[in-house]
Design a protein around this ligand. Structure first.
Ligand SMILES: [Zn+2]
Length: 293
């Protein structure tokens, strides 16, 4: 029997945990692998309906105490939404490091915290963001990817301040990609875009993706049509590249090793099936017809 895999997802913002790779995680959980998801930041400043929109123009109308109270409430709302959305994929170990998302830079404190988490979870596979999104240094996703890489290196050595601090070395890293990673969105990103070298067919899970994204009311993702459109322009776009209705795209860090060269059944099908059959399959619009409560 194949050994079960332990997976740790390191995300910049709470919803990244499932909107980037939820379909893939569902498949892993289905085959008996374990998944732990962690978000570095609260994601309140840039996404939250109340915090980002209300405070933007009216901050002076609130006292410090009122602001603090609203932030605590909004964090609770967002975390609960994320926990419920993750549950759709069977993910039940969801953690938050609670950092404010005002300034996110690569720093020793966060690296150590993440390294301790890696030593605790002992993942075989770490899934995180592409470390070169947008300008690569002010972008939360990029910085999260960089923090994760530094933490992976740190966790590979002993932590003398942690009684449980034995070294843990991971086997593989997968960068969970979004369209902002695979095409340059600003001048400073040119030459740093990611190349997808692994696709996961998530056609069977696209309904969960649409529903989960829609559940994030706190960040306006319940706007009519938004989660459907997201499924088509993200998973649908990636799927179309490999003649699938929907796919999640990854850049796998380390080249795999084997005694022979593997070819997937899907690659064989692309090589052999009639073009009409392939296009009909890729044209599936299951995501558009998902009914929301
Ligand atoms: Zn994000």
């Amino acid at each position: 029997m194949k050994e079960a895999m332990r997976i740790l997802v390191i995300a910049g913002h709470p919803a990244d945990m499932f909107d980037h790779c939820g379909g893939t995680l569902f498949h892993h959980i289905e085959q008996g692998d374990s998944v732990v998801c962690v978000s570095l930041t609260q994601g309140l400043r840039i996404h939250d309906e109340v915090v980002s929109d209300l405070f933007r123009h009216n901050l002076k109308d609130y006292t410090e105490e009122q602001i603090a109270e609203i932030l605590v409430q909004r964090q609770k709302v967002k975390y609960q939404e994320v926990i419920s959305a993750c549950a759709l994929f069977g993910i039940d170990d969801v953690r938050f490091l609670d950092y404010d998302d005002e300034i996110l830079t690569v720093n020793p404190e966060m690296i150590s915290k993440l390294a301790r988490l890696i030593r605790e979870v002992k993942p075989d596979l770490v899934i995180t963001h592409w470390p070169y999104q947008a300008d690569t240094f002010s972008n939360h996703h990029a910085v999260t990817g960089q923090l994760a890489l530094s933490a992976i290196t740190a966790a590979g050595g002993v932590d003398f301040k942690d009684p449980e601090g034995g070294a843990w070395r991971i086997a593989q890293i997968a960068y969970m990609l979004c369209p902002s990673d695979t095409s340059a969105i600003c001048m400073s990103n040119i030459g740093k875009t990611a190349y997808i070298n692994y696709y996961v067919d998530v056609t069977d899970v696209v309904d969960k993706k649409v529903k989960a994204v829609h559940m994030m009311k706190s960040q306006k993702y319940d706007i009519e049509g938004l989660s459907h459109k997201g499924a088509e322009t993200w998973s649908g776009h990636y799927g179309g590249r490999v003649r699938l209705p929907y796919a999640e795209g990854f850049a796998i860090e380390y080249p795999e090793v084997g005694r022979t060269i593997p070819i997937s059944e899907h690659r064989r099908w692309i090589a052999r099936a009639d073009e009409r059959e392939q296009l009909e399959h890729a044209a599936g619009l299951q995501g558009m017809s998902v009914k929301l409560d």
